[in-house]
Design a protein around this ligand. Structure first.
Ligand code: SF4
Length: 319
């Protein structure tokens, strides 16, 4: 197999980690590189394993997104949903096996295919109420999607106007800024009347300030990759974990000015990331001790998947 190159890229998540803790950014984007190889050193192997880690809220998000993707692909490919009970499917076929895999520590064989679950890895194990709550939240998000105005509308829509259904990074077309990859591909997008592009992001968490930048980066994708004029792009986030009632949709304005200011931000972020590289062409980082400091111990470390590598957490022993 050809060697895969570690390329510098931009995503909202990456920049969040960059600003939150340089050491965790180093583990995620550099130390883990090659850690999938049995010949790699222990630091790379551990960083790789921890980079694959997930937790219960992330599991819920993944399950909800997977089911919605499945539903929309069914609608597009066969004109109906081939899943009698999507919420049940999510709990039984996605959440439960992932949890059992975590309990069985199947990550020891393949962290890529069986990611460690932070709650089980570091402990304490979640109590039954917390597990039930994850199942309830998953079902609630899926039910709210099925009851939403956008889903009702999509059922009678012409699928040939659909532009993206949550493509994986491998499938997604690559958006580049000055030759650098920008990871930004929406959960769903379609062309609607008047050559307007409607972009949707399914949210299982609560609204956050950084959601706007994420949606704008999808706007940049719609503009650069599909060629829509900036003011013809509608950016919508659908918040799924809510009480019954009207949809919780937040729309963000898109315009030439807003995309330009995002581009300025992305270029500045690339410049800042480059300052941590001894060889920007090859994306080789400086020494971690001098350029990727740990932050003072605090709540961020308490949630950090990499805390084992900083001696700020240890895997719990399972029998
Ligand atoms: S444990 Fe703390 S210092 Fe270490 S990588 Fe995580 S957030 Fe940074």
């Amino acid at each position: 197999m050809a060697d895969i190159k570690n390329e510098l890229g931009w995503s909202r998540t990456r920049m969040g980690q960059f600003h939150s803790c340089k050491r965790s950014y180093y583990y995620q984007y550099y130390a883990k590189w090659g850690g999938w190889d049995y010949r790699a050193d222990e630091l790379s192997k551990t960083a790789y394993r921890l980079s694959k880690m997930t937790n219960l809220p992330m599991l819920v998000g993944t399950a909800v997104h997977t089911v919605i993707q499945h539903i929309l692909l069914d609608l597009k490919n066969i004109g109906r949903i081939d899943m009698p009970d999507p919420a049940y499917f999510a709990r039984k076929n996605l959440l439960t096996p992932a949890y059992r895999d975590g309990l069985a520590e199947r990550w020891r064989k393949s962290p890529k295919h069986h990611p460690p679950l932070a709650e089980l890895y570091y402990g304490p194990d979640p109590d039954p109420e917390t597990l039930k709550e994850s199942g309830r939240k998953t079902a609630n998000c899926i039910e709210n999607f099925l009851q939403s105005g956008i889903f009702r509308n999509l059922q009678d829509d012409d699928c040939s106007n659909w532009l993206a259904i949550e493509p994986s990074f491998e499938e997604a077309k690559q958006l580049k800024v000055d030759g650098n990859v920008v990871w930004a591909c929406p959960d769903f997008a379609r062309r609607v009347e008047g050559d307007v592009c409607e972009v949707w992001d399914w949210k299982t968490g609560k609204p956050r300030a950084e959601d706007e930048m994420q949606l704008l980066s999808y706007g940049l994708f719609a503009h650069e990759i599909w060629g829509f004029a900036p003011d013809q792009i509608k950016l919508c986030a659908l918040y799924l974990d809510k009480e019954p009632g009207p949809d919780s949709v937040v729309s963000y304005p898109c315009s030439r000015e807003r995309l330009d200011s995002l581009l300025v931000q992305i270029r500045s972020d690339f410049a800042e990331m480059n300052t941590l590289l001894s060889d920007p062409v090859q994306n080789i980082p400086h020494d971690p001790d001098s350029h990727f400091p740990m932050i003072p111990e605090g709540p961020t470390c308490g949630y950090c998947f990499f805390r084992q590598l900083c001696d700020r957490g240890a895997p719990q022993k399972r029998n």
